[in-house]
Design a protein around this ligand. Structure first.
Ligand code: ADP
Ligand code: MG
Length: 652
């Protein structure tokens, strides 16, 4: 606090990577593929693309830099645009491209994007001719998209070389990784290690295990707050928006308590579903005599570095998506982090000087954690990737993966693609016309199928709305202290057909409200205005894609919601659950025992059959995003599937 303001160019010169500038440029010039390892915060992501650009190593093409998360792509591009030039705004020389948001122009030379976006671009141009340099950043995270991109860029580089076309340079950047494994995959390419500056971090464990890690994080924060000087900032790692907002609310409230002695507190949050201006504000230094506390998901682990942190509070938890081929369910689950992640989190406290890390777990709990995180390709549902690879002309069984996905997962994905009508059989190496259309939509293939089917059911308007709402963060706000109130004012939208129709009702009402009253309407109904506007933006883009696919008129089913519910079955029939007894359900696909999530508008009711959008696991498996359906409809709409999946109660 109160430090003299350092100019942005001095900040750049102070980064550890600055001294290595010439050496790095020399290596980039000399090698067609290069691995760059370096401590988090050393300046890899923000600086290296600029160095390459100013040395004109990209010649006549673009530099593309991938990030696993959209938040990181947007905020880093914004920062680099500021560093790059006076009054330069993002979208000029420096731009970004993330799903449903393209901020680039024909002047763009340095393009930050999500790994998913570059993969989409590869579907239109397998050789990625737009780029002369591609940087796959945060490679240690091993997201499924980055893993697939390793194979795509390797192939593109080779083909361009064989055909004497403009060469493609590949740079793999990461905080930690198994260099040997990566280097072998890229024909024993060169690796360089950038030393960072780190200070010792003193690690503290809890004596007993704490089940309620959220409360322990808050308590630990106030323990630090009472003792540490006010310019020592704190970073807390939690798992997601709900947890983070709840924790922030508790800290803000308690900080006002006169019994809590200490400086004032300024609390920031950092998670995916936040407006980017709010995300950028975490970089602001706090005013004098104020403690800054940032509560973040694992995005602050390696992608984004916040200066000034002296204390880290690590819940030891992360939210991750995991697919179980045996149950057919992809679960969103809060789980323990790995040792690698725990060390990265602790490292955030030692960037500027010596720091402290408080782990909200015992030493023996730590010992039990996995050494490293399992690559996503080995634990994710491969449906989307298998479809994308087919659109690129490769069957997932023959793709050059860095690590092969489990056989059962590929088999499950191809069975689903066949059921969705995207391929004729599981060994097929080409897509059906429906499959080709499905691949054009940047969506889960099940959602693309719903949109395609909506033409036939005459409910395209409604299907677009529902799919858009499922493709963004929740539009419902449920504040901890006003949960009952929120549910009460939204009661009038609740549909006996379930959550998706309820969401549709809310969206229809939102559209009907006059432009000037929308904000107040959202406020009154506890609707997240930004998220609903984002859904509307996504909806517009999907509508454009429908037109490109010659899908004809924007039909609406009006009040005839049976048509929409039938249409949903076309994409989601693999997500059916059937009532067994007293609020207990089993999935039709693999007979897993499940329940309705308490947040569902159907959770007090017991419809015979439902479709579900998502499964969340805590101690049990909970279904979210429900829609009631009829047994007869299943037999009529997906007869083949129903031949192998019989209902327990055969009457409708
Ligand atoms: P690495 O990729 O090696 O982890 P980065 O290039 O992301 O490192 O970060 C370099 C520095 O840039 C960090 O000190 C970070 O705090 C700073 N930085 C990044 N984004 C911003 C921003 N929006 N405002 C201020 N500083 C930023
Ligand atoms: Mg980085």
């Amino acid at each position: 606090n109160n430090k003299p303001k350092i100019s942005i160019q001095d900040q750049r010169r102070n980064l550890p990577v600055f001294d290595k500038r010439n050496k790095l440029l020399e290596l980039v010039k000399r090698h067609k593929t290069l691995i760059i390892l370096g401590e988090t915060g050393s300046g890899k992501t923000t600086q290296i693309p600029q160095y390459i650009h100013s040395a004109r190593l990209q010649e006549n093409g673009k530099i593309g830099i991938t990030q696993p998360r959209r938040v990181a792509a947007v905020s880093i591009a914004t920062r680099v645009a500021q560093e790059f030039g006076h009054g330069m705004t993002v979208g000029d020389t420096v731009g970004y491209s993330v799903r449903f948001d393209d901020c680039t122009s024909n002047k763009t030379k340095i393009k930050f994007m999500t790994d998913g976006m570059l993969l989409r671009e590869a579907m239109y141009d397998r050789l990625l001719m737009e780029y002369t340099v591609i940087i796959l950043d945060e490679a240690h995270e091993r997201t499924i998209h980055t893993d697939v991109l390793f194979g795509i860029v390797k192939k593109a580089q080779k083909t361009r070389e064989d055909r004497n076309q403009t060469p493609l340079k590949i740079i793999i950047m990461s905080a930690t990784m198994d260099v040997e494994h990566f280097s072998q995959y890229f024909n024993n390419c060169q690796a360089v290690y950038l030393e960072g500056r780190t200070y010792p971090v003193n690690i503290n464990y809890t004596i007993k295990p704490h089940d309620d890690y959220q409360t322990s994080c808050v308590a630990t924060f106030f323990k630090i707050h009472r003792e540490a000087p006010s310019n020592h900032d704190v970073l807390i790692f939690l798992t997601g928006q709900e947890e983070i907002e709840a924790c922030a609310q508790r800290i803000r409230l308690l900080a006002k308590d006169p019994d809590v002695q200490g400086p004032s507190v300024k609390c920031f949050t950092l998670y995916a579903a936040q407006p980017s201006a709010q995300q950028m504000s975490v970089f602001q230094p706090s005013p004098p005599n104020t403690r800054k506390v940032v509560i973040s998901t694992n995005i602050a682990e390696t992608s984004i570095t916040i200066p000034g942190i002296r204390y880290v509070i690590d819940s030891g938890m992360v939210k991750a998506r995991t697919f179980h081929p045996s149950t057919g369910l992809e679960l969103l689950k809060v789980q323990r982090i790995s040792h690698e992640q725990a060390w990265q989190r602790a490292g955030r406290a030692g960037r500027d000087s010596e720091g402290h890390c408080y782990r909200i777990y015992t030493r023996s709990q730590f010992e039990l954690m996995k050494k490293s995180t399992v690559p996503e390709i080995r634990r994710a549902n491969l449906l989307t990737v298998s479809l994308q690879l087919l659109a690129l002309g490769v069957h997932a069984n023959y793709f050059d993966f860095l690590d092969k996905p489990p056989k059962e997962a590929t088999v499950a994905a191809f069975e689903q693609l066949q059921l969705l009508g995207a391929v004729d059989d599981v060994n097929s190496i080409c897509l059906t016309p429906v499959g080709r259309k499905m691949a054009k939509f940047p969506l889960d293939p099940r959602f693309s199928k719903i949109i395609l089917a909506a033409e036939q059911y005459g409910c395209l308007q409604e299907a677009l709305t529902v799919v858009s709402l499922l493709s963004t963060e929740s539009i419902l706000i449920n504040p901890v202290t006003k949960q009952a109130e929120a549910q009460k004012v939204r009661q009038k939208f609740c549909s006996a057909y379930g959550d998706l129709i309820t969401l549709l009702n809310i969206y229809r009402e939102f559209e009907a409200v006059g432009q000037n009253n929308k904000r107040i309407w959202c406020h009154e109904h506890f609707i997240n205005m930004r998220n609903i506007l984002h859904a509307r933006e996504i909806r517009n883009q999907l509508e454009q894609l429908c037109k490109k696919c010659d899908m004809g008129a924007m039909s609406s089913c009006g009040g005839d919601l049976d048509r929409l519910r039938k249409c949903l079955i076309m994409g989601m029939f693999m997500n059916v659950a059937e009532l067994v007894r007293d609020h207990q359900y089993i999935t039709l696909d693999k007979k897993q025992s499940v329940q309705f999530h308490p947040s569902s508008c159907l959770h007090r009711q017991q419809p015979h059959l439902v479709l579900f959008a998502e499964v969340v696991q805590t101690n049990k498996c909970y279904l979210r995003g429900l829609t009631t359906i009829e047994a007869d409809w299943l037999r009529e709409i997906v007869p083949d599937y129903m031949k192998s999946h019989s209902l327990r109660f055969n009457s409708s």
